[in-house]
Design a binder for this molecule. Structure first.
Ligand code: PMP
Length: 390
């Protein structure tokens, strides 16, 4: 049987890690992989997470299964963090292996119950198209962002949604857009909410970077306005970045509706689809998040840590923008964009030259992970980027 299969290429980002690791230059710079790093280049375990793990180790009395939808206290606390208290809305959640697992279940649900059509603005996180394609959704794409001008193409987004059919799904990044860092203005969120409500579309909102953009509450303001406007919505949450627990595979999918019965029906479908896929999610990461969010002390410490990750990202963006300013007129956009990523207008050949001649690693798309910069690297990186961007 296996000889009937075609061998698949490595994921390009994972292949990039191999190339970076094989480079013996000591001043090499990794702007590829999408994890937060501190100024030493490390992705440390947060203090609040370590403290929660210690508590769990001391107090956990069983490794028996959790409920089919996962840890209910985790789900309630996470929804409060993301959705807030939505008056007149009912949310039903299922704990998932990471945000990816949440997107996969959402996609399965849309395939099962909706029009099977999803509108996706490009560029987007590459795994979006992968996941939606894997569940057989009919993905219709439109332009979200223009790389050369670094502009969100809002007219193109509105055109796609104004022409969408009732019940179509639309993927929306809650904040810190991957790969562009460029988000909607408050006015654009309002227009988006209006068209979603009027056309009765289903927003599938991907929230993977809460707290990395403008602030913990600010990063979900647009998401909340869409939920209020839409008759039904799906919210895929990843805890990977905000809690720094990438490998613990922690996330949730929430079905939001105007009635408890509708939300519960959606959840019962999500649970049965999870059951035939991986049965139940892993516990540890969700137990950590539950422990952090349910303790005033740990929650406060986590918020301080998250705020300092955001401050570092904003500081690096400002420094890089300043260092590029005398050679690239769009440099101020880098400071305005949010989260870990920006998408530079570089040719593939430029990206390969940066790798070969300067030991600066990024995927051929030109996406850079701002957190991969160390303060001391910025001038050097800007000096080699300027002639390519200007
Ligand atoms: N959505 C977006 C936009 C992402 O960038 C990521 C991770 N790179 C995810 C979802 C999924 O994250 P995970 O499965 O690791 O929780």
């Amino acid at each position: 049987m296996f000889d009937k299969l075609a061998s698949q290429p490595n994921d390009p980002l994972l292949a990039l890690i191999g190339l970076y690791n094989a480079d013996s230059r000591t001043d090499k710079i990794d702007l590829g992989v999408g994890v937060y790093r501190d100024d030493l280049g490390n992705t440390p375990v947060l203090r609040s997470v370590k403290a929660a793990e210690k508590l769990l180790l001391e107090t956990q009395s069983s490794k028996s299964y959790v409920a089919p939808e996962g840890d209910r206290v985790f789900l309630d606390l996470l929804w409060e963090l993301v959705g807030g208290t939505q008056s007149g809305k009912f949310a039903a959640g299922v704990q998932t292996p990471g945000g990816s697992g949440a997107l996969r279940l959402a996609s399965d649900l849309i395939a099962r119950a909706g029009t099977g059509r999803l509108h996706l603005g490009l560029p987007s996180w590459p795994n979006h198209a992968g996941i939606f394609g894997a569940t057989g959704l009919n993905v219709e794409t439109h332009t979200y962002f223009d790389v050369p001008t670094q502009d969100v193409r809002f007219a193109s987004v509105m055109k796609a949604l104004s022409g969408a059919q009732r019940g179509d799904a639309v993927l929306i990044h809650a904040s810190c857009h991957n790969p562009t860092g460029a988000g909607f203005t408050p006015g654009q969120w309002e227009e988006l909410a209006a068209v979603i409500s009027e056309r009765r579309l289903i927003p599938l909102i991907d929230s993977a970077y809460q707290g990395f953009g403008a602030g913990i509450e600010e990063d979900v303001a647009g998401l909340r306005s869409l939920i209020t406007a839409a008759p039904e919505a799906l919210v895929a949450v990843s805890c990977s970045k905000s809690f720094g627990i990438y490998r613990e595979r922690t996330g949730a999918i929430f079905a939001v509706a105007d009635t408890q019965a509708a939300a519960d029906t959606a959840r019962s479908n999500l649970v049965t689809m999870a059951r035939t896929s991986y049965s139940m999610p892993p516990d540890h990461g969700a137990a950590v998040v539950r422990t952090v969010l349910s303790s005033d002390i740990l929650r406060k410490d986590w918020m301080d840590e998250l705020n300092s990750m955001r401050d570092r990202l904003q500081g690096l963006r400002q420094q890089l923008s300043n260092a590029l300013a005398d050679g690239w007129q769009l440099a101020p956009q880098i400071a305005e964009q949010q989260g870990m990523f920006s998408l530079l207008p570089l040719k593939e050949s430029d990206v390969l030259t940066l790798r070969k001649e300067h030991g600066i690693y990024m995927p051929t798309s030109g996406r850079i992970n701002i957190a991969g910069l160390k303060g001391a690297d910025i001038e050097r990186v800007a000096a080699v980027l300027k002639p390519l961007l200007g």
